[in-house]
Ligand binder design. Structure first.
Ligand code: FE2
Length: 386
């Protein structure tokens, strides 16, 4: 796909950033990907969609065919040729690195509002426990560039100085990857209206899409042992799809239908895509919200941090999460709603984020249920996978 960034760049007043030049890319330490592991790991076999084919005659149908098995049985796949240059990707990794290198007291000014499940901003490491160790994950979430969010969250000077590029990048992911994928899902579901899902995911209307910088800090051998060599339990993401940029540190694992965990490999030039809870709710579970986890990397990568770039796509906040009723595929499968009462996307996000951002609340609810599950909202239960 040629660079089809259709949105026009919003003017950002960089005059508000004091001495913006100190944040020029020529002044920032460039991010360099760590080397891949030499270890022979059980890698997942995933299909790769070439989005360049999307605009060619018959391309959408070919790609939809390629996706059929992946979206129903696996929930993970790769895309390539998504219309952003290597340099643009590299710059975002460099910004992520520079952000996480800021002093803790500086990042703390932008800390998320955990109690209110408001996840935009910085999430500090160590809020949850894995075995006997604290987690080593830091996150910085940047909301959509729309009137609902602009100016609502304070951001460090480093980020403000680069908002124009971040905006172009995030919007390109939405228009070059998320929307085409939603049309492909519509074709797989044989919906009469190919734009059905796109209409629930327009950029301008209020939704909780966000762009994320993430880092798993390297650990000492003792810390690895204390964490049981795990960094998170198996989970599903809460939105429509999650986009994850290539990350050579081997750690992301997928739970297969056979009950085995396999690793996602770092394919050059690709984004890894996984389907998440909301698209599953909208299809009564037919589109698979994939269970995944991040574990400690192999020993030859212990000396490196694991830096990530992600985009989370979600439907409009007022979307009611019931199965689409004019899909012959879903009709034939006899899918049912997954909730006991109507639940909107806004309610779903708040309920699941409350559990994700507040490990003590989640632990209490899991303990009360006593069967390894937790009710998120409306009778829908989540569970942890080991
Ligand atoms: Fe996840």
């Amino acid at each position: 796909m040629s660079a089809t960034i259709t949105e026009t760049l919003r003017k950002v007043d960089l005059n508000t950033v004091e001495d913006a030049h100190q944040y020029d890319f020529s002044s920032l330490t460039p991010y360099v990907h760590p080397p891949e592991t030499k270890k022979d790991l059980p890698w997942a076999e995933l299909v790769t969609l070439d989005l360049e084919d999307y605009g060619r005659p018959g391309g959408k149908e070919r790609l939809a065919k390629q996706l059929e098995h992946a979206v129903h049985h696996v929930g993970f796949f790769y895309v390539k040729n998504y219309g952003l240059t290597d340099e643009q990707v590299q710059q975002q990794f460099t910004l992520a690195k520079a952000f996480f290198d800021l002093p803790t007291e500086e990042k703390a000014k932008y800390e998320v509002d955990y109690a209110n499940a408001d996840y935009n901003g910085w999430r500090r490491a160590g809020r949850s426990k894995i075995s006997t160790a604290r987690d080593n994950v830091e996150i910085f979430n940047i909301p959509k560039f729309t009137q609902d969010f602009i100016g609502k969250y304070p951001q460090p000077e480093l980020v403000k100085a680069h908002l124009p590029e971040i905006e172009v990048f995030a919007k390109a992911l939405h228009s070059n990857v998320v929307l085409p994928l939603l049309r492909l899902f519509a074709i797989v579901l044989q919906l009469p209206d190919e734009e059905y899902l796109v209409k629930q995911h327009t950029y301008e209307k209020k939704s909780e899409d966000h762009f994320r910088y993430m880092i798993y800090r390297k650990r000492t051998p003792e810390e690895h042992a204390a964490s049981g060599f795990g960094q998170s339990t198996g989970h599903t993401d809460l939105g429509t799809v999650t986009l994850l940029f290539r990350q050579p540190i081997a750690g992301l694992q997928i739970l297969g239908e056979d009950g085995n965990w396999t690793y996602v490999s770092a394919q050059p030039g690709t984004i890894t895509v996984n389907l998440a809870d909301t698209i599953s709710h909208l299809t009564g579970g037919w589109l698979k919200s994939s269970v995944h986890r991040v574990v400690a990397p192999p020993e030859d990568q212990w000396q490196y941090d694991r830096t990530g770039l992600l985009y989370f796509a979600r439907p409009h906040n007022d979307t009611v999460l019931v199965p689409i009723d004019d899909s012959p595929v879903l009709k034939a499968a006899g899918v049912k709603t997954r909730f006991e009462e109507p639940v909107t996307m806004e309610q779903w996000v708040k309920a699941k984020q409350t559990l994700q951002l507040n490990p003590e609340i989640a632990a209490k609810k899991y303990a009360e249920a006593g069967d390894g599950t937790v009710e998120v909202i409306g009778g829908f239960k989540d569970r942890r996978y080991k």
